[in-house]
Design a protein around this ligand. Sequence first.
Ligand code: ITT
Length: 201
Amino acid sequence: GSLVIATHNAGKLKEISALLAPYGVKCISAGSLGLPEPPETGTTFVQNALLKARAAAEASGLPALADDSGLSVDALDGRPGVYTADWAERQHFEGEPGRDWYMAMGKVEGMLQEKGADVDRSSAFHCVLALAWPDGEHAVYEGTVPGTLTWPPRGGMGFGYDPVFVPKGRDLTFAEIPPEEKHAISHRADAFAKLVAEQFG
Ligand code: ITT
């Protein structure tokens, strides 16, 4: 059937469409339906993912999938966390690729460097995928990938904070790893595997 992808982030939309491709689901973007973006008033990834999925399911009358994700830096007590997009001033990844994300990555790096040269650079990406149906039914799936932050940014693939995130066990950043490989290990892939096992298994 059809599924509304309740995101206005082009990078996420591309990844979610690729992850769903093998399952014969017709993806309709929230943007193409002109759905408004609800304010992300939650304080957790789960709350924000559910809020976005429910709003899209109600407005469209179709099942909807939302993704709330972000980067948690150990030495910064988990920040930026649910505020990861806000740190880039909520500019979306269109028109001027990299510009606002560069600023946000620099803000994280600046805060890390203030902690000293031997600061712990451990970090993790988190992703919550929420499915909501027009009748109010819903389901959530959580995924994570551990890694470390590097500076300066490296690589031109992916989106958002990918150029500064080195997944555990690798030397390359997410922006230097081809999409197929990122999709095998990412926080989004981890959450997606759980969704697939339950919904398409
Ligand atoms: P929607 O709410 O419309 O989906 P958003 O960009 O506002 O888009 P979030 O509130 O979930 O989404 O913010 C998550 C941010 O975390 C996102 O904008 C990226 O900067 C970052 N992020 C999430 N997943 C990422 C990934 O796989 N690679 C790099 N950065 C990622």
